[in-house]
Ligand binder design. Sequence first.
Ligand code: MTE
Length: 307
Amino acid sequence: MLIRQGGDLTENDVTPRGIYLRRREFMTGVAGAGLALAAGPASAIALRGEPSRYSTDEEKTSKDNVTGYNNYYEFGVDKSDPARNAGALTTSPWTVKIDGECDKPGTYDLGDFLRGNTLQERIYRLRCVEGWSMVIPWLGVPLADLLKPYGPTSKAKYVAFETLERPSEMIGQRRSVLYWPYREGLRMDEAMNPLTIMAVGLYGETLPNQNGAPMRLVVPWKYGFKSIKSIVRISFTEKQPPTAWNRSAAREYGFYSNVNPEVDHPRWSQATERRIGEFRRRPTLMFNGYGEQVASMYRGMDLRKFF
Ligand code: MTE
């Protein structure tokens, strides 16, 4: 465990040698057959994950589209901005602060946070609230496996997530297009659902910066904005936490944000979507097609009210 704030880093921490040593430590510390978790922005080390029964066998969206058509407002609001601007982000060293209602709060080095877990490949549909979708082969770890060791208490009803705030490298944060830092949240059962993963890679490689390096959430039955990128803080809370999109337009973006073709966005229908790389629109599925795994969590809830 490393308790240190970003501001205390010494010159030595960011030398190539420092990064190299950290990366080695990272790789050897992770259990699992033939598995290597790589830290570091430019490493592009091939990562191998175990296939998952939760994966879809639908055709994958091309890697060029997955890494070139992004929403990541910290780097600009156009789809091509993140690929152009996110290279400026330093992703190693990286720490994650765990706090709130849990037994083991602290600030942990990313390697320690992930250590001991087996990477899985999860090919998931991701459906954006704007009406497009992709199929992405993620590499990640179930969020439940990462969070349980911190001992959430009985008061922990929600999990809140925060993205890095560093306008010197995240040029989109120099403008107030959203409340920074970007925040998201899940109810505890949603966070612990086996479909929810923390992704550290895609297409067999380290996560590109524009997709949320070094780690981002993937919650496949919710609209894409719930899948928060470049996470530096995870808090266990008793109350429902505020989220960036809900704060900026509460009428348009609710806390739950489950993919739901029957509940329209106030300004457009959510009944259909366009798969990136295709022209025709296809019907959007309830819970993005993951109803079997998640519908029971919302039984008895009015999804028009809790949208
Ligand atoms: N996370 C942060 N920090 N900032 C963002 O602007 N955009 C969200 C989500 N996570 C966003 C974010 C939205 S709207 C979508 S659709 C997905 O990231 C897109 O993820 P992708 O670029 O990997 O496809």
